[in-house]
Design a protein around this ligand. Sequence first.
Ligand code: G4F
Length: 378
Amino acid sequence: MKKVVLITGFTGMDGANLTEYLLKNTECEIYGMVRRSANPNFKNVKEFLDNSRVKIVYGDLIDLISIKNLVEKIQPDYLINLGANSFVGCSWDMPIQVFETNTLGVLYCLEAIKSVKPNCRFYQASSSEQFGDVLYSPQDIKHEWRPRSIYGCSKCSSHYLVKVYKESYGLYAVCGILFNHDGIKRGPEFVTQKIALGVANIHNQISKKQPITPIKLGNLDAKRDWSDSEDFVDGIWRMLNQEEFNQQLKEKYISKNFYTENIGWLFKEIKDYILASGETHSVKEFIELAFKEANIEGYWEGKGINEKYLISNYLIEEHNLNSNILVEVDPKFFRPAEVNILCGDSTPARKELNWQPKVSFQELVKKMVRHNINNPQV
Ligand code: G4F
């Protein structure tokens, strides 16, 4: 029997990358949940729309009835909840919408599974933003939650909901605590894509001898543990099939013919995992590497809100440029409270699920900049 997967957040970066992964590595049928709106954005998933294994279904995380109806209709073996308002910065502007989507939405998924199909496996996209004001690095699964944003609070609450539903009703429910993961399908509001798009744009302007548009950013000193989303979707699938990927569980259950569709026996063994590279890099480092990939040499000048990344003098003369500013600080992008550093310890996922990221920080920056240079925005 082919397994059926229902993905919320289907049109987002992780939804698209997970769909591609499942099409390549499994025989699953995929139902991608999309919010019906006047102008749905299928840019990330357009290559899957003609695939007979992929079907679009309409629903909304903040509409319990729609989630329950979908679970009833589709009878999924897996509900993978990647849907969220995932932009931390906007959580101060629309706190209630963020909480409704990121927390109530999870409660609705869990209720739907519990009452309609309790053997459906559930994945919740937890976040390193939950660690917040960190006490030590790298952060491991024992690090306490010290969120700094409303987004972080919403993800802590949903994380606890998953734990309670798992323990109360024996659901196979797992939280993946994912550190920053980006890639070519990343939305332009996130800092990595904002920089990669800005660099590609400046590269294009220089080659056409047009005026340069500086990239305006907030906190340049923030440090993140960045990986490629394409590597993380593999980790998500491993977390949802722990008895297959974890040798110890495999020996204990599958090889001894204990495997059964009734997963009640297994839930106590199911663990949450961190996915991370284990390296931390600043926004400034991302900027330097991004310009290097575009062959644009620059240097830092000034401090605080006056800090700027300037193009090397010889390039100004060579290209007869009007301005030398590549990057400048705009306080409107500062957050009311900031997570200064994140760096994750993913040892358990590496040891127990045999998972590891393939794309390094340097390769990720190159990949994003190259993609934007080769596919200029019209
Ligand atoms: O790219 P960001 O917006 O990602 P952030 O806030 O770390 O959140 C991402 O990772 C989380 C996992 O830790 C996910 F849960 C979440 O959904 C999302 O995927 O910002 C990264 C850093 C921040 O410190 C921010 O203040 O970059 C800093 N930054 C500096 N200038 C900026 C900007 N961020 C954005 N978005 N835009 C700027 O102009």
